[in-house]
Design a protein around this ligand. Structure first.
Ligand code: ADE
Length: 224
């Protein structure tokens, strides 16, 4: 998979991709992530990429021209499956979307900033608008990192244990069951005996029951 991220703050984006699982995915050659600084596509002397909105009102808007230049250059080099735009008024991101996106080959992610982008960018280029939740971030960069992380960890070969992404919370609309590690007893708190029994069919059943109970208690909406 290849992900091209268009942003006015490429420096903000580096660290999440250089650590842990995402870095391993890059090193294994399973994903390429490229950052494009929108300012490099500005034709203005001051590398301007935003301007006041027509009709008045507070806040700057990202201009269409640099975005058009950047996306058009990328599209001339290869085909893209989706152009995602990170915005608080997009569809709320979830595991189902992460699963769908993980099946794609080439993605562009456009990060909004300030008041967002000129509507014509959305009309012309964007295939999917994604929000990571009902709150407003300073820009789409952190949201793009969240979406990329959720997608990249699903690519075959990224996680060591192939089954571990399948047993994640949300993969079957259930929250994950509680987990424990050593020591089996800590300050009087014991690990459930069943987990130490070695009876794997019973352990599996216990985990399923716990997952269901947790989901009923914390997220009954997932069971509907
Ligand atoms: N940009 C600003 N806030 C955002 C959010 N909640 N999700 C996605 N992109 C955003």
């Amino acid at each position: 998979m290849r992900i091209d991220i268009i942003t006015v703050l490429p420096e903000l984006m580096q660290s999440p991709f250089n650590a842990s699982i995402l870095n391993r995915a890059k090193e294994k050659g399973l994903v390429e992530v490229h950052f494009h600084n929108l300012r490099d596509y500005s034709s203005g002397t001051y590398k301007q990429v935003d301007d006041y909105q027509f009709g008045g009102g507070a806040g700057m808007v990202l201009m269409i021209e640099p975005i058009d230049k950047c996306i058009s250059k990328l599209k001339a080099e290869r085909d893209y499956d989706e152009v995602l735009y990170m915005t608080p008024d997009g569809d709320t991101f979830n595991q189902g979307m992460a699963n769908e996106l993980s099946l794609q080959t080439n993605l562009i992610i456009l990060c909004g900033h300030y008041k967002g982008v000129d509507q014509r960018v959305r009309d012309l280029f964007v295939t999917r608008e994604i929000s990571i939740g009902d709150y407003v971030l300073s820009g789409g960069e952190l949201a793009a990192a969240v979406v990329s992380d959720a997608v990249i960890r699903l690519l075959p070969g990224v996680l060591n244990d192939e089954t571990s992404a399948l047993t994640d919370t949300f993969q079957d609309n259930l929250l994950a069951p509680p987990v424990y590690t050593r020591p089996s007893s800590y300050k009087g708190m014991e690990v459930p005996k069943i987990l130490l029994s070695g009876d794997f069919p019973k352990i599996e059943k216990w985990r399923e029951d716990q997952a269901l109970e947790r989901t009923e208690q914390k997220r009954p909406d997932l069971l509907k």
